[in-house]
Each structure stands twice: as structure tokens, then as C-alpha cells.
Design a protein around this ligand. Structure first.
Ligand SMILES: O=C(O)C(=O)[C@@H](O)CO
Ligand SMILES: [Mg+2]
Length: 262
């Protein structure tokens, strides 16, 4: 049975961030994920997780200057020291919250940039991150993202991500396969899951193309969840979607799975 993590950056935004933990637990979620915890003390987040019996499934490393449009720095030559510091900051939060997966964002390709140099930087930074996280049993993840939502993002395709993982050669580096992005860029979701699932450390979902509830749009997730189960996937599926209205009112799709979450 699929285990879902409510994405608290997109879901429950009708509540203040720290109150979203209680709201997700009240709706039957046993795990959560979100983009960034860094505005809040790690101990306060840990307390909310404990209080509501939630597992922290995933969050992201600091992404550079998000407000200025940056989307990670791992593939940006010249930003290595900042990247190394971001690994340490994320690690502190991961240890405090018991989180075992960290998403490392690559960044956008600057105008006129040398993509080969970016790839070399990306591989070296990912190797560094994996080495730092390995003693703590934490896995680093990289996620191909669609070019419509995030123009210029360095990593866009599943095969490309698995090739980077192979080149880095660390057992605690895997791919975060967001089926929303994958459907937009490549489609053929089941075949791609079959081909790549052993190298996937986290799945995410949303209706396509509007990124609403998974029972909206062109992907038949109900059917796909059974196939993902049959493939033996036992990780989390992050619900990274923007509810059409009130979050709880849109959870009809979750009802068949709610009582078997762990
Ligand atoms: O946008 C997504 O999809 C993510 O998973 C984020 O972590 C990156 O914006
Ligand atoms: Mg995602």
C-alpha cells in the first residue's frame, strides 16, 4: 500500500507553516515533506513531528537566493563553498528531525554557461554531499524538473539524472522521481518507473497539467499506485500539489489509503 507524505509547502497553506503538521496528521497522514525548514528552529519542527506522530520524509538543502530566482547551487561553478555550507545546515536540521532524505537542487543554467563545466561541478558537489551524509544514513536526492515551471533548470530528464548518479557512484545518492514533472517532459510513466525504480529514493505526484489533486488531470494515479506497489516500491510518495480549494476537502483521492498509512 502506498505511503504518502503531505507536502506542507503546497498543502495546508490555509494554516501557518507550523500548524500544518497538526492539520496533516488530523487528515490521516503519517509523514510530511516540504521545501525548506530554515526559517524555523529545528527543535520546534521536531516537537511538532513528535506531537503529531509524523515522520519527516524529505526536505531540500538551502537553494541559494530563492527570491531572486535561484533554484539551487549544486551545479554552479564558483559556489562550492556555499554549497558545502548548505549541506551542513541541512544536515543539522535532518539530524534534529530524523529526516533520512535531502533534495539537492542543481540550479539554473546561467546565460552562456558552459554546461560541461556545470556538470563537473554538479558531480563533485554531489559526491561531497553524499560523503557528508553517508555516516548519518541520509540519502541525497536529485530531481529532474520540467522546463515550463522552472525554465533553465539544469536537470530535466530521468535518464540524465540516473547517468549523473552513476557517475557520482555513491550508494546514498538517488533520484527523486516527480511523476508530475516526468509526465510533462517525457510521459510513458509506467515504463520509466519499471526501468528506473531501483535507483529512485523518493516519488512525488500531482495532477497534470495544473498541479492540483492527483485525481484531476491526465494521469490515472489510482491505477499507477497499484503498479508502483506491484513493483515493490516501499518508499514515500510525496503529495506535492496545490489543492484546488481547502486542502482537506480535496482529499477524496486519499480515502482508500488513509487507514493503512505508516
Ligand atoms: O518543484 C518540485 O517538484 C520539487 O520537488 C521541489 O523540491 C523543487 O522546487
Ligand atoms: Mg517535486
Amino acid at each position: 500500500m502506498p505511503r504518502f507524505a503531505a507536502n506542507l509547502s503546497m498543502m495546508y497553506t490555509e494554516h501557518d507553516f507550523l500548524d500544518r503538521f497538526a492539520a496533516a496528521a488530523a487528515d490521516g497522514f503519517r509523514a510530511v515533506e516540504y521545501l525548506f525548514p530554515y526559517e524555523y528552529p529545528a527543535e520546534e519542527i521536531a516537537r511538532r513531528l513528535r506531537e503529531h506522530g509524523l515522520t519527516q520524509a524529505l526536505f531540500n538543502l538551502p537553494p541559494g537566493d530563492w527570491a531572486a530566482g535561484e533554484r539551487g547551487v549544486a551545479a554552479l561553478p564558483g559556489r562550492e563553498a556555499e554549497f558545502a555550507e548548505s549541506v551542513q545546515q541541512a544536515l543539522r536540521y535532518a539530524l534534529a528531525t530524523g529526516c533520512r532524505r535531502l533534495h539537492v537542487m542543481a540550479g539554473r543554467v546561467p546565460e552562456g554557461a558552459d554546461r560541461d563545466a556545470m556538470r563537473r561541478t554538479y558531480v563533485a558537489n554531489l559526491r561531497h554531499a553524499a560523503q557528508q551524509l553517508a555516516p548519518h544514513g541520509i540519502t541525497a536526492l536529485i530531481e529532474p524538473i520540467n522546463t515550463r515551471d522552472m525554465p533553465g533548470y539544469f536537470l530535466n530528464f530521468q535518464q540524465q539524472a540516473h547517468e549523473v548518479v552513476a557517475e557520482v557512484g555513491a550508494t546514498n545518492l538517488k533520484v527523486q522521481m516527480d511523476l508530475y514533472h516526468c509526465q510533462i517532459m517525457e510521459g510513458d510513466l509506467l515504463m520509466r518507473l519499471q526501468r528506473h525504480l531501483t535507483g529512485v529514493g523518493h516519488l512525488q505526484i500531482a495532477g497534470v497539467p495544473h498541479r492540483h489533486e492527483p485525481d484531476t488531470g491526465e494521469v490515472n494515479y489510482r491505477w499507477l499506485f497499484d503498479e508502483i506497489d506491484a513493483l515493490g516500491y516501499d518508499g514515500y510518495i510525496g503529495c506535492e500539489y496545490r489543492p484546488r480549494g481547502a486542502t482537506s476537502a480535496g482529499l477524496g483521492w486519499f480515502a482508500p489509503y488513509k487507514d493503512v498509512q505508516s
